[in-house]
Design a protein around this ligand. Structure first.
Ligand code: ADP
Length: 773
């Protein structure tokens, strides 16, 4: 309340403030009290009712509306008449909007008021007016002027004089002002407005240029307010303001906006510019094309009208953007009115009219639906391809597994027939055996490869001696080399004492493959396995492995291809040498998984050398080294296992027949159980030296049967050797068979040497002979 009196000690002037709530500021009893109403007159509600002259109330509203429409850029000036108990009093209100809310709506108005009644009463006391205008000037930095129609006296406030560029002693007369207005449009406009004001009681508010007394061009704003009595204009007064600075800013802003508009319209991306109401100011060609709209139809229109489907989330972003925030989204999703799903990348940021005034939003969008869909397709295709690879591997692994069982019978019976062949059958039996063996190699290769592709191969880390491993390979291939009348050599001098950590089975698989190839493709000369320490560190050793031959060699242009699957150097290879082209593909993958890289050097007609280097962890020389299982030298002589009793648990009659043939030759007596349950039942009644247990059987499989047997009462059931018969890769089932309580495994098709060795080993062991001998 005190604040309101800052301008004046007495009640004739004051400060008014209005929060824009209610009808007028005059509902505020504080303000009414300031105007001079006695407190008892304020008891009735609403405060201003009946106090304000109705016409003035209407006018007050009109002026406020104009002021708001001009966004507060015009100062507000209005004289208002109040009914006091004894008389009418005049008050001049001036001021403006000083605060906007978040939505740019006016929130607070303030200014000064002045009791102009004395002036009225004293019949146009110009000094009062001057005083008032000077005070107005103090607040709003505007000049004032007045023309008394009767006396033709003109009054200019000091600010007005300053704007016109005249001295303080200058005495204006009627018509003085118009001479300063720029000749032509500006002066004509002013003169016409002046005539309308004094003739038709029409107030004016114009922005015009003057050329002041100093010859300087000045942008001015001039407001003229006529006052009529009995239909005749008695007075014209108004406000005069230098708006050159504002105009300059406006022009600059306009130019800036214009430039932005031009830039946006021609930008080679999808971009649009909006004002603070989100109405289109400009949009690029690509924007139009992206959203299928016509530029003429959207400029000036609201974005939300053009795209009614805009989700609330985006509306929210835009609202925040109009308050100064920027947002970017790399991938967003929306649904068009027609239901089409789209993907979009977007960026919104405010643009500024001046340093602190946001003019609206600039929005950049990029439709990325095609890209996203293509990406999704790619991902789908990749997943399908991966699934297909896995499905293919599974299929191959199941198929090869299924084929191994009947192959067991084919190979086994061929071997039995070959032991004692009829002369006329020999010609057919040899190729039959060759083909069956070859088929078995292919099946095993496919199994290995499909497992490598599925990533199902894991490597062991056990201590072993590479030199010993190579020596074993040498021993088992020597016979093959001898039959081909070629030499087989091992050179491993530097490796004699070296023990390393690694997977001897896989490494063996690689070297055996290379040695087999070398022997296969060599007609004369020799095959050499070389092993060399190439780098020795405290903890690791790098070992160079090489298998070289003096064979047919590989053409230069084929040397890269032979490592691919199903690839052979020549199309006639299979015919001459057999094979499928899988071996080297498997070797390459295995070597890579062990951290090496297989290479080939070869010259046609001179020979080939396959080599790789593996870096392996060293093991202390004393550490126990995994030794190959104790092997008996094959002594499959007739009746050499005489007296051994054996139970065959196997449902496949062909396999049973085959086993029985071998066992009979060795003098083994055997019983047959067709499933696991039968095996248990038979073992309750009979004592066997050894059990051969098929893993896959109807009713009860080998795992369950073994577990049940091991749980039976009595030492015999705990110790009787049980050997699994399996068509699976031994490596895959080793752990599971051990867990079930089995002692060992024999693969199908039967390698009868292996079978003989194992039966002999376990029988001797359980009879205590091994320990003794
Ligand atoms: P496979 O031996 O079953 O055909 P591999 O993948 O082991 O399949 O070998 C692919 C091809 O590489 C062979 O068919 C042969 O043409 C060529 N090749 C492999 N090792 C040798 C070698 N030591 N000497 C000559 N050619 C070889």
């Amino acid at each position: 309340m005190e604040e309101r009196n800052l301008l004046s000690e007495d009640l004739s002037t004051g400060y008014w403030i209005w929060d824009m709530k209610g009808d007028t500021p005059f509902d505020d009893p504080g303000l009414l009290a300031q105007l001079g109403y006695p407190s008892d007159a304020l008891l009735n509600q609403p405060f201003s009712a009946g106090k304000l002259v109705d016409e003035d109330r209407i006018k007050f509203h009109e002026k406020i509306s104009e002021h708001i429409a001009a966004k507060g850029s015009k100062p507000f000036v209005q004289e208002v008449r109040f009914r006091f108990p004894d008389k009418i009093k005049y008050f001049m209100f001036t001021g403006g909007i000083t605060k906007l809310d978040a939505l740019n709506q006016p929130k607070l108005m303030n200014g000064i008021f002045m009791d102009t009644t004395p002036r009225k009463e004293l019949h146009r006391d110009f000094l009062v007016m001057k005083d008032f205008l000077d005070k107005t000037n103090e607040v709003a930095r505007v000049g004032g002027w007045e023309l008394d129609m009767a006396t033709e006296k003109v009054t200019w406030s000091p600010v007005t004089k300053k704007i016109f560029g005249v001295g303080m002693d200058y005495v204006p007369v009627r018509g003085s002002a118009s001479t300063f207005f720029k000749e032509g449009k500006d002066r004509d406009t002013l003169v016409a407005a002046f005539h309308d004001a004094v003739g038709k009681n029409i107030p004016y508010d114009l922005e015009l240029q003057i050329v002041n007394a100093q010859g300087k061009e000045v942008w001015t704003r001039t407001i003229g307010q006529p006052e009529f009595e009995n239909g005749v204009c008695v007075r014209l007064y108004g406000v005069f303001q230098d708006i050159t600075e504002r105009k300059k800013h406006e022009e600059e802003a306009l130019m800036k906006k214009d430039l932005m508009e031009k830039f946006i319209s021609s930008a080679p991306v999808s971009i649009a510019m909006f004002d603070t109401n989100m109405n289109y100011i400009a949009a690029s060609q690509i924007w139009m094309a992206s959203y299928n709209i016509d530029v003429n139809s959207i400029i000036g229109k609201s974005h939300f009208e053009v795209f009614s489907e805009i989700p609330d989330e985006w509306r929210d972003y835009l609202k925040r953007c109009l308050n100064g925030e920027s947002f970017t989204k790399e991938k967003d999703h929306f649904v068009r009115r027609d239901g089409k799903e789209e993907w979009i990348r977007w960026d919104i940021r405010p643009w500024y009219e001046s340093a602190d005034k946001i003019g609206g939003v600039i929005m950049f969008t990029e439709l990325i639906t095609d890209r996203v869909l293509a990406q999704q397709e790619l991902i789908k295709a990749k997943e399908e391809a991966e699934e297909a690879v896995i499905a293919k591997s599974r299929f191959l692994s199941v198929m090869s597994h299924e084929i191994r069982t009947p192959m067991n019978a084919v190979i086994g019976f061929t071997e039995i027939l070959l032991e004692n062949p009829r002369e006329d059958q020999l010609e057919s039996l040899r190729p039959l055996k060759f083909s069956a063996d070859n088929l078995m190699v292919i099946i095993n290769d496919i199994l290995s490869l499909s497992k490598l592709e599925e990533g199902m191969v894991s490597f062991e880390e056990v201590p072993f001696s590479p030199a010993e491993l190579v020596q074993n390979i040498y021993l088992s291939n020597k016979q093959f080399a001898i039959t081909k009348k070629i030499g087989l050599n091992v050179s491993a001098d530097t490796m004699a004492d070296v023990k390393v950590l690694g997977d001897p089975v896989r490494l063996g698989q690689i070297i055996i493959n290379l040695v087999n190839n070398a022997i296969k493709f060599t007609k004369q000369g020799a095959v050499t396995i070389t092993l060399k320490k190439v780098d020795d560190k405290p903890d690791t050793t790098s070992v160079y492995f090489e298998v070289s031959d003096t064979g047919i060699g590989i053409p230069d242009d084929k040397q890269d291809y032979i490592f691919e699957i199903f690839t052979q150097a020549s199309s006639s290879t299979t015919r001459h040498f057999g094979g499928t082209g899988l071996g080297l593909a498997i070797c390459k993958r295995l070597v890579e998984l062990m951290g090496g890289n297989i290479k080939v050097r070869s010259k046609m007609g001179e020979g080939s050398a396959f080599s790789f280097v593996l870096k392996m962890k060293k093991v202390e020389a004393e550490a126990p080294v995994v030794k190959a299982e104790p092997k008996q030298v094959f002594q499959g002589d007739a009746m050499s296992l005489k007296g051994v009793s054996l139970l065959i648990a196997e449902d496949n009659p062909l396999n049973v027949l085959l086993l029985k043939k071998y066992l009979a030759q060795w003098g083994v007596e055997c019983e047959v159980a067709e499933n696991g349950q039968m095996a248990i039942d038979m073992m309750r009644n009979l004592i066997f030296d050894i059990v051969l247990m098929d893993l896959q059987m109807p009713e009860m499989d080998g795992y369950e049967a073994t577990k049940a047997i091991r749980e039976l009462n009595g030492d015999y059931y705990k110790t009787v050797p049980i050997i699994a018969l399996t068509a699976s890769m031994i490596d895959d089932i080793k752990q599971k068979t051990a867990e079930a309580g089995m002692n060992d495994c024999v693969g199908k098709p039967f390698n009868y040497i292996d079978l003989y060795d194992k039966i002999t080993y376990y029988v001797q062991k359980s009879r205590g002979l091994l320990a003794a001998g």
